[in-house]
Design a binder for this molecule. Structure first.
Ligand code: ADP
Ligand code: MG
Length: 271
């Protein structure tokens, strides 16, 4: 097997809350190969966002080791592009300029920059909206801009933190199809965090089920179904039942997780 592009080895993370230690992640081990699509599912508060923040280098205090391409993660680099649940677009910037923020650290001439932004606007199908402002976009379109911003600097890994959680069911399904289409073109290693079991089965090669308090791996399931996957198929239904059973028998699972908004400085959003 090829060397993994991402590896978590015995990762643990605690927070101090009101002078008490809160263990958020315990003994987390995961190895992701290049091009793989891994989904991490779990109830609200079980440590999904924390895992992504550690991987992207936003938080460097943890136990164990996290490596990207064999190198320890020491801070925010350009390997990972990240997309959050709420799109975090800047209302006073156009679609093109919001996507361009993903290139703040890139060494490019203005013409190269413009060309790259245009290519990613095309990738997410927003050619007619390059000059539009966020308030003129639907939720799905805004999230497509956020995905383009996450991809524009050509990261090796795309991290998605409940990216479609705030969308209506129909738009969410369309976005899932589009994400697969984008991946078919860019073959990027992808880590998706979601509390939606169906979304995980529809999209991922492998689903990691987390259990809460402290967040740790309960089960890892390979999804061998060919694409496009049929939500109504027997195999899909069986996998959904199996994973829902794993998630619900710990008594913590809530089908709809509350939106969590945590402020992240601009430079971090744009990595
Ligand atoms: N900065 C922080 N300070 C204190 N506790 C935190 C912080 N970030 C996350 N937590 C706690 O860690 C646990 C996991 O949180 P999180 O990773 O956001 O879960 P999820 O994304 O699965 O909903 C929760 O109990 C949460 O309250
Ligand atoms: Mg979260």
């Amino acid at each position: 097997m090829n060397a993994p592009i991402v590896s978590f080895n015995q990762v643990g993370k605690s927070f101090e809350v009101d002078g008490l230690e809160l263990e958020a992640i315990r003994d987390f081990n995961l190895h992701i190969t290049e091009g793989e699509f891994v989904a991490i599912v779990g109830s609200s508060g079980c440590g999904k966002s924390t895992l992504l923040r550690l991987l992207v280098g936003l938080d460097t205090e943890f136990r164990g080791a996290i490596e990207v391409d064999g190198k320890a993660v020491k801070g925010v680099g350009s390997e990972c592009g990240i997309v959050f649940q709420e799109h975090r677009l800047f209302p006073w910037l156009s679609v093109a300029d919001n996507i361009g923020l993903g290139l703040v650290n890139a060494v490019l001439s203005p013409a190269q920059r413009q060309e790259r932004v245009a290519a990613f606007i095309e990738l997410v199908g927003l050619n007619d909206f390059a000059r539009a402002f966020p308030h003129q976009l639907s939720g799905g379109m805004a999230q497509r801009v956020a995905i383009a911003r996450g991809l524009v600097a050509s990261p090796r890994i795309l991290l998605l933190d409940e990216p479609f959680g705030a969308l209506d069911a129909l738009t969410r399904q369309q976005m899932q199809d589009e994400l697969l289409a984008i991946r078919a073109r860019s073959k990027i290693t992808t880590v998706l965090v979601t509390h939606d079991v169906e979304e995980a089965i529809f999209l991922a090669d492998r689903v990691v089920v987390l259990e809460p308090r402290p967040g740790q791996i309960k089960q890892v399931v390979n999804i061998d179904l060919p694409h496009p996957r049929q939500r109504s198929s027997f195999e899909f239904h069986q996998l959904r039942e199996e994973l829902l059973h794993e998630l619900t028998n710990d008594g913590h699972y809530q089908p709809v997780a509350p939106v969590q908004v945590r402020d992240v400085p601009l430079a971090f959003i744009a990595v």
